[in-house]
Design a protein around this ligand. Structure first.
Ligand code: CTP
Ligand code: CA
Length: 224
């Protein structure tokens, strides 16, 4: 099969991608975060550019260089990411949520450093908004692709999560010790309405090309 994207397959398309972790501050020197290198989202940005798309990368803090010809929008918190996405996604053809968004943030953000003798051992948390689910619920909306990192029951969890989020496509991967995070390689299970496939262990750059290919196929299927 020819799973590498042909040049121009996403020509004329605008793709908005989230990547990396978010940071949810407790005070000026502390934050809660998720484990995420940002590699998958950055690789997807490069693959979509290679396929001819205009790409906007809404990115939490990572150590990665911004790929050529990608417009990066740096953000810190899930709230910032939500605002940056909604300011751009209405005109987009594709939205890919590759970020590891913090599900909760501290209820209060102290202006001064919390001292250990003043603070209790409990931190009150409030839920962050679900960017992927909200983009999927918007009308009109782009073709929506989500990710899921799971530690077990990958196929079942991924299929259920796609439907729960209202996404058109969902890519799941197993995470655990030595798997998924901060690794150049990964394997993906991809599902959509009426189909699925396994993308075997490969460099994230290669998986990103294959995913861009699947997205462009589903996008043209949806429009014919
Ligand atoms: N996501 C998002 N906004 C959030 C949380 C998650 O956009 N506030 C997106 C992620 O970028 C990813 C997908 O939703 O594409 C799935 O994230 P995941 O954490 O696996 O899903 P949750 O619904 O948060 O479920 P869980 O309880 O397993 O964390
Ligand atoms: Ca989550």
């Amino acid at each position: 099969a020819h799973l590498a994207p042909q040049a121009g397959e996403l020509a004329g398309r605008h793709v908005v991608i989230t990547a990396g972790p978010t940071r949810e501050p407790l005070d000026p020197v502390r934050y809660l975060t998720n484990r995420s290198s940002g590699r998958m989202g950055y690789a997807l940005a490069a693959a979509c550019v290679a396929a001819g798309a205009r790409v906007t990368l809404v990115t939490g803090p990572t150590d990665l260089p911004v790929p050529d010809r990608v417009e990066a929008v740096p953000v810190e918190t899930a709230d910032d990411m939500h605002a940056a996405v909604f300011a751009r996604v209405e005109q987009a053809d594709v939205f890919i949520a590759a970020a590891a968004v913090a599900d909760y943030r501290p209820a209060r953000r102290e202006t001064h450093k919390i001292k250990k003798d003043e603070a209790g051992s409990n931190v009150e948390l409030v839920r962050n908004r679900d960017i992927l689910a909200e983009v999927a619920a918007a009308r009109p909306r782009p073709f929506v692709v989500g990710f899921a990192a799971e530690t077990r029951d990958l196929e079942t969890q991924a299929r259920a999560k796609r439907i729960a989020k209202g996404a058109d496509m969902l890519a799941g991967n197993l995470v655990g010790v030595d798997r998924g995070f901060d690794q150049p390689d990964n394997a993906l299970y991809v599902c959509w309405e009426g189909g699925d496939c396994h993308l075997p262990q490969a460099p994230k750059t290669r998986l990103a090309e294959q995913l861009a290919q699947l997205i462009s196929q589903r996008l043209s299927d949806a429009q014919t």
